[in-house]
Design a protein around this ligand. Structure first.
Ligand SMILES: Nc1nc2c(c(=O)[nH]1)N[C@H]1C(S)=C(S)[C@@H](COP(=O)(O)OP(=O)(O)OC[C@H]3O[C@@H](n4cnc5c(=O)[nH]c(N)nc54)[C@H](O)[C@@H]3O)O[C@H]1N2
Ligand SMILES: Nc1nc2c(c(=O)[nH]1)N[C@H]1C(S)=C(S)[C@@H](COP(=O)(O)OP(=O)(O)OC[C@H]3O[C@@H](n4cnc5c(=O)[nH]c(N)nc54)[C@H](O)[C@@H]3O)O[C@H]1N2
Ligand code: SF4
Ligand SMILES: [Mo]
Length: 767
């Protein structure tokens, strides 16, 4: 599709790629997805059939769009965006729409289950809730008494996990937290922006103003495949209004397709490009001198340390043309300060140098004066929300362990929890202390945390492992006890506030009763607290703490519902002229971070090359399938029908040299000999010859997910070598390499681009 046509289409539906224009503006998006518009059971169109409407919040992903659920005769028939929502209006994406099929997924966990075979074997007995909770409480207490509180670990992600986290915290462990969302996701970008600007520009929310940008830079960030409804809408609005687009990606991604300048960079060399641009901007006086003098600290240090990064050097390192790099930075500079230098989101890429890469993005944004500018980085406008005392759980007197798993990572503070890699290692080795029990909620530990083989070995060493799950995926498969969790459509979670351009407050509430024996996580946590004799979690029911949270905003559940489920507030996203104060200690933007230097880490980013593929291998890279969320939606009927499996993108020249054809089924083998399930090849010039790309989340290893089982290949099951970020302990995901096996024959990847001497080659360890 041509850029102009795309923009016309996208502004008509206000969504990119696979997202849907539900309600009001169907037509273009509707055709492609028409089955999803119908009643799940009868195939009839709902809407005019007198369905009851309940407002709530989507959790098919963590963007949490406000929604309206249409319920007829107790059955959910359709999900749309909440028309009152300032961010998505009536729109949801394909995944949001398909929440209906999560609720009615035949492979849901229906009853509490107890393992009867070996761990991971998948043999179960149905037990009662009381038995299941007794067993969990008994084991938590026993392990805690025998090995100490830190021997309990909790892997959690998302709203369902929050109540049970209070129990783990009360038992005295610090080995919990938003494990995948921080240590496999935003850790590096969060630390870099926190240190440079004083707040997390890119976390659950992304405080950037693409709708008003005159130019946008995307490094990695593949918006349109990475689908968060309002994020995509703002990006599309910016482009429709004429914003220029520069995209840096080794693969011809969805945004590369719309770019004015596309830079197909050598993977792992982005920091070289960014530091070269920073040097260029300083040397050619393209930066906002006045802004920098008034609002930034550390400029001279920065200037000195980037002097060595020249365009001709970067051309060799990044495998890009000098002219293209120069044109790109000139284009961006022309539009300062109304520029989105996108901070990125998933940033746990290479382990060493991930913080530096995002720090360089933050610095570039500051040099161009984009902080608080229209089209740039925006400020948060806090929304009043109360804290419910009755949700707290009193901590039992606990002895702290001598060593903390957080100790090696000086910038994990102020973020909670311990690095996943450290938890798994401690479980495997008993060092620095034993970890003997895992609880899991909202994380698919085998598909989303590197080296699943180590994770499985670690699980085998545990005294006890339990999970609360909706689906019989890998996590359930490996647990001793599986609790059937209510989905986001069957429970309250709490009050959600959004503090971006138009702030709002909204609420998740059940749209139907829990199915089977599923229970809301609040109820489960409360029962466990009772069984463990913990003091706290005193609210009787969800409505109590929600009303307490709403009180400070002058609201109640009833009054909020009367207002259509959402209240909006005026935002203050932009800076006042000449009075910028960011929430760093000095109130100024840190172009050089002295706190980093205090810990012997570089205060100004340095280029640390990611080792190049060993001979015969290409780098494994991955990203989002637009209609799926991580590994959680592959079994969803509607989404499965749209995108049942992933493909391995292989460069066309490479393919012709090794005799591969589009559509061939192959196996990918990584540098340690681990092999994927069968995957079809997509032969394309849209990927560099030194990389192979697959969508994340496929290749389920759980036979209990009947649609997803063995469909496509799992990126995670090929990620066995990773590095931990020295700042906060995130695990890298792009430090593995693959070659191809076809019909039992190993096909080595020919080296079509040369590797400069500055980039070391990955050494395969002999195991
Ligand atoms: N549909 C959908 N959308 C989602 C999600 C989902 O599950 N499904 N998840 C959401 C979440 S939590 C996150 S964190 C985001 C993640 O989405 P992003 O933050 O956009 O992820 P990235 O890793 O930046 O982007 C992946 C892109 O990076 C490219 N890439 C690989 N290696 C390199 C490299 O060395 N340099 C450069 N410049 N590019 C490289 C890949 O080719 C791919 O196009 O997506 C969000 N949106
Ligand atoms: N190889 C590789 N690894 C990655 C990524 C990647 O792109 N490639 N992306 C990384 C990123 S950016 C992120 S944010 C993380 C995401 O990591 P995860 O959050 O682990 O992602 P999911 O695969 O969605 O796994 C969530 C699990 O929780 C369950 N679940 C979902 N909602 C609920 C609920 O309401 N209640 C209960 N009880 N269970 C629920 C799902 O069934 C699923 O098993 O993955 C990271 N890991
Ligand atoms: S982006 Fe899609 S899946 Fe994510 S919250 Fe919004 S509607 Fe739901
Ligand atoms: Mo993420």
């Amino acid at each position: 599709m041509k850029r102009r046509e795309f923009l016309k289409l996208s502004t008509a539906t206000c969504m990119a790629m696979a997202a849907l224009g539900t309600g009001g503006k169907q037509g273009l998006g509707g055709g492609l997805f028409s089955p999803t518009m119908a009643d799940a059971s009868t195939g009839q169109l709902p809407g005019s059939l007198g369905a009851k409407e309940v407002t709530s919040v989507c959790e098919m992903c963590f963007w949490r769009c406000p929604i309206v659920a249409k319920v007829k005769n107790g059955k959910l028939v359709k999900i749309e965006g909440n028309p009152k929502s300032p961010v998505n209006g009536t729109r949801v994406c394909a995944r949001g729409n398909s929440g209906v099929q999560l609720l009615y997924d035949p492979d849901r966990v229906k009853y509490p289950l107890k393992r009867v075979g070996a761990r991971g074997e998948g043999k179960w007995a149905k037990i009662s809730w009381d038995e299941a909770l007794d067993e969990i409480a008994f084991n938590m207490d026993k392990v805690r008494k025998k090995y100490g509180p830190s021997s309990l670990a909790y892997f959690d992600h998302g709203a369902s996990a929050e109540f049970l986290r209070e129990i783990f915290k009360a038992l005295g462990t610090e080995n919990y937290s938003n494990e995948p969302a921080f240590f496999q996701c935003v850790g590096p970008v969060a630390v870099s922006y926190m240190s440079t600007m004083g707040y997390i520009v890119s976390g659950t929310r992304q405080y950037i103003d693409m709708a008003n940008a005159k130019a946008i830079l995307l490094v990695g960030s593949h918006i349109g495949e990475n689908v968060h409804v309002s994020h995509v809408r703002e990006y599309v609005e910016g482009l429709a209004k004429g914003a220029k687009l520069v995209v840096v990606d080794p693969r011809f991604s969805a945004p590369a397709n719309k770019a004015d300048i596309y830079l197909p960079i050598r993977p792992g060399t982005d920091t070289a490009l960014l530091l070269t641009w920073i040097n260029y901007v300083i040397e050619h006086n393209l930066y906002d001198k006045d802004f920098v003098e008034k609002n930034c600290e550390g400029f001279e240090r920065l200037r000195q340390s980037v002097k060595k990064y020249t365009l001709s050097w970067a051309a060799r390192i990044c495998d890009l043309k000098v002219d293209d790099m120069e044109q790109a930075i000139l284009l961006l500079a022309r539009y300062r300060p109304n520029l989105t230098i996108h901070p990125g989101r998933h940033s746990a890429w290479y382990g060493n140098g991930d913080v530096g890469r995002h720090q360089a993005l933050a610095i570039l944004g500051a040099l161009f004066g984009t902080v608080g500018a229209k089209g740039g980085i925006i400020f948060q406008t806090p929304v009043v929300k109360g804290h419910a005392e009755c949700l707290k759980c009193e901590k039992l007197p606990s002895e702290e362990p001598e060593t903390s798993l957080r100790d090696n990572y000086p910038f994990v503070e102020p973020f909670p929890g311990s690095p996943t890699a450290a938890i798994i290692k401690a479980t495997l080795t008993g060092e620095p202390y034993p970890i003997k029990l895992w609880g899991i909620n909202g994380v698919n530990i085998l598909q989303t945390i590197p080296n699943p083989y180590d994770t499985m070995k670690a699980i085998k060493k545990l005294d006890f492992i339990f999970c609360e799950e909706m689906l019989m995926g890998e996590t359930a498969l490996w647990s001793d006890i599986v609790l059937p969790g209510a989905t986001y459509l069957e429970r309250y979670d709490g009050v959600y506030v959004y503090d971006g351009i138009t702030p709002y407050l909204t609420l998740r509430q059940p749209v139907v009763e829990p199915m089977f024996e599923a229970k809301p996580p609040f109820w489960t946590a409360k029962q466990l607290a009772k069984k463990l004799k913990l003091k706290g979690l005193s609210c009787e029911k969800e409505e109590d703490f929600i009303n307490e949270e709403l009180k400070e905003a002058g609201l109640s559940i009833a009054s909020l519902n009367k207002k259509g489920g959402i209240v909006t507030y005026p935002g203050k996203p932009y800076r006042d002229k000449d009075s910028l104060k960011v929430p760093t200690e000095s109130g100024k933007i840190q172009l050089s971070v002295s706190d980093f230097a205090d810990e012997d880490l570089p205060p100004v980013p340095e280029f640390i090359p990611a080792p190049a593929p060993p001979e015969g291998f290409a780098r494994l890279i991955y990203g989002r399938a637009p209609v799926h969320t991580f590994s959680r939606t592959m079994n969803n009927l509607w989404l499965h029908n749209e995108w049942p499996e992933n493909h391995a993108w292989v460069n066309d020249e490479v393919a012709s040299k090794i005799g591969l054809k589009d559509g061939d089924t192959v196996i990918l083998e990584n540098q340690n000999g681990y092999r994927s399930l069968g995957i079809k090849v997509k032969v394309t010039p849209g990927i560099r010859p030194d990389a192979i790309y697959i969508d994340h989340g496929f290749g389920s290893r759980s036979p209990f997910l009947k649609r997803a089982y063995k469909r496509g290949a799992s990126d995670q099951f090929l990620i066995t070598h990773y590095k931990n970020d020295p700042f906060m302990g995130a695990s890298s995901h792009r430090t593995d390499f693959v070659r191809i096996i076809k019909d039992g024959k190993t096909l080595n990847i020919p080296e079509l681009v040369c590797v400069p001497p500055e980039i070391p080659r990955f050494q395969i360890e002999q195991s």
